[in-house]
Design a protein around this ligand. Sequence first.
Ligand SMILES: [Zn+2]
Length: 290
Amino acid sequence: MIVDIHTHVGDCINGGGLSEPYDRPPRLLSDLFETSGFRLMGGRRLFPRFSRYVEIIHNQERNNLGTPENILAYMNRFGIDISVLQPIEPVRSTEDNLALVGERLRTFASVHPLHEGWESRLERYMETGCLGLKIHPIIQRLSPGEPAVFDLLEAYAPHGRPVLLHAGESSYFLNERSPSRFGRIGDWEAVLSSFPQVKFIVAHTAMEGWKKAITSGERLPNLYVDTSFQSVSHVREALRSLGKERVLFASDWPFSLQKAPLRVIASAAGGDAGLRRALLCDNAHAVLGL
Ligand SMILES: [Zn+2]
């Protein structure tokens, strides 16, 4: 069985409905990242502006692939049994994800802790069967030090469920509508250490902040990572430092298709069937309580 703990449907960037849903991904320069098994990531340091443009176009274009029909078709194509959808309120609502939940699709919850009534919405979502809480500091414009983040986590912690925290300095818009700096994993360390009882899954192993994510994880036993957008060598390093139980397979579909991240897992696990099963399935069951 394969569980993909980090996927999206609907418009998770701009809000509203998808403007031009695609049946298949348009060909883009950024396809190189996937075909290279994410070894070609990291251009941000060398060509910051250029790689920013490439990333914005990638995110906006792939966003349009995220229909419920497409995710099921891609899951069938690459052998994924369960995908966990991630809402990002207010752009993609938890309710819209809950409406899709069934045997193969599950969902996390999302609330915005500066929008009135979030406490009761959070309670309702968790009672309705959400498996965890998604926080996207960039799209939700939540800086790691702000009191609202602590309020949210204080209310959420008693549920005993995990948090999927977007990490990495991603870009979605040309302007400051989504401040990339809020995704710096180092700035979230104080939050993670304030809630040692909450398991935080650092999405994308913090993209280019992967080294920082791993060293933080050596100090913080409640830090987990997902493998989306990471190369085999980075996943191996995460396994060496964090152990095999804190690394979870994810694609971040539709921003990456499932094919490349599945290949990364196959290479990272090599002939170790137990490790492969841990990464693709057992760890997700343990952390998400599936
Ligand atoms: Zn995400």
